[in-house]
Design a binder for this molecule. Sequence first.
Ligand SMILES: Nc1nc2c(ncn2[C@@H]2O[C@H](COP(=O)(O)OP(=O)(O)OP(=O)(O)O)[C@@H](O)[C@H]2O)c(=O)[nH]1
Ligand SMILES: [Mg+2]
Length: 463
Amino acid sequence: MYKTDTIAACATAAGTAAIAVVRVSGALVPAIAAAVFRPSSDRPLEPWKLSHGTAVDPDSERPIDEVLCVVMPGPRSFTGEDCLEIQCHGSPVVVERIMGAVHAAGARPADRGEFTRRAVLNGRMDLSQAEALIDLINAPAGLAAEAAWEQLQGGLSARLASLREQLCGLLAAAEADVDFSEDEIGEPDPEASLRALAGLQSEVASLLDSFTLGRRLREGCRLVLYGLPNAGKSSLFNALLGHGRVLVSSEPGTTRDCVQETVELAGLALVMTDTAGLGEYLVGDTSMNMTDLDRAATERSRQAMQEADLRVLVVDGSRPELLEANIELAAGADLLLLNKLDLGCSLDSARLSQAADGAPVLGVSALSGEGCEQLAETVRDKLNSVLGEPGQPAFMGRERHRVSLEKAALALQQASGLLRDRAGSELLAFELRQGLEGLSALTEVLDNEEILDVIFSEFCVGK
Ligand SMILES: Nc1nc2c(ncn2[C@@H]2O[C@H](COP(=O)(O)OP(=O)(O)OP(=O)(O)O)[C@@H](O)[C@H]2O)c(=O)[nH]1
Ligand SMILES: [Mg+2]
């Protein structure tokens, strides 16, 4: 339900800063501005113009801070309602006092994302744009910010609107076929409808693909360093990170837990995981037995490998006797690193690469840094291939979008089948309507309050 009362919140991050912004939205904005702001000149507050003055306590008229104030009248404001922004000094105490003054003048504290929720409910943006706004604010690296910006500008909304329009055309034809006789509307052309449906299906499939790209941009690409104990995984992890984040030692089995850190690489957030060595090869050694701890650590490494976008097998290149044990681990690796290049490499890298389906092999030394620059480049290239088509706009979607898109994809597939079998138009219309619902859920305001609550709970207060 749309609440019409006036809301206020501090729009800048909590804590001490040079400047903070208090934001107000709702019908009481003119009255609140008059109650808490005293301009320093005789000119009254003009819409969309910053005005210099003093924020005061409306009851006592005591000055609180020197501020800049702007009024943005609806409906062309962010929320679609009258809005007021007060820029004050970034002291938590000052912010609290100004918020107190604004509340005394009639506003109530805003909920999380309530400003944006009002913007959506007032038609200032659609749901996919509101979500793009969260993604822009939370973007972990440059490419994610660019993709979120595109979506915020309505790129995705326009693409979806065109898909919906085409689907509506097909639905109208199917419904007309149910309601009217052939004499009244002419003979239907199933071949043309099938071609149109195939076009729609491929568009929805490409949206689903770009959804995966969007997730990777938003959450980061996951790279896992795995391999035998003592290969130098942790040393490489530290080298790529640029500082000694994890312990390194000549004892095999130093790392037991998965350790994650994020770095930015070519505009992408790269979530790197250092793992415990995979030590099955030790089991054959009568002097060593796998303990429960070894097994638990191995299990965690395997899980990290499963979840990764890029699997990097780290091999001690100076120990040819471990070739067979490394070959056992090579299947599924995207990149093979022959570490300890400074000690000389005597391992048959061609056989290793063969076991990994021809994955590239790179010689590096975590100790001397040799090859580490080339490693960053190779990882960047590999990530590009993981990310797919360059230039394809990413859809910064969420799980609910994937579910809706899959619902649409399935309905379109069923509709194609029905058309091919020349089945009844009633069934066809049903499937097309399902497809339309799936697409609409991505951008349209839902009448489901709970879903809206979930969407806007991701926002901070003040946005
Ligand atoms: N000479 C040389 N030694 C290295 C290099 N990289 C790692 N080491 C040494 O190899 C040993 C093992 O390094 P770690 O980074 O702890 O190896 P790890 O793969 O993380 O080992 P676990 O955590 O036990 O599985 C340490 O003594 C490192 O100093 C390298 O490039 N050259
Ligand atoms: Mg380690």
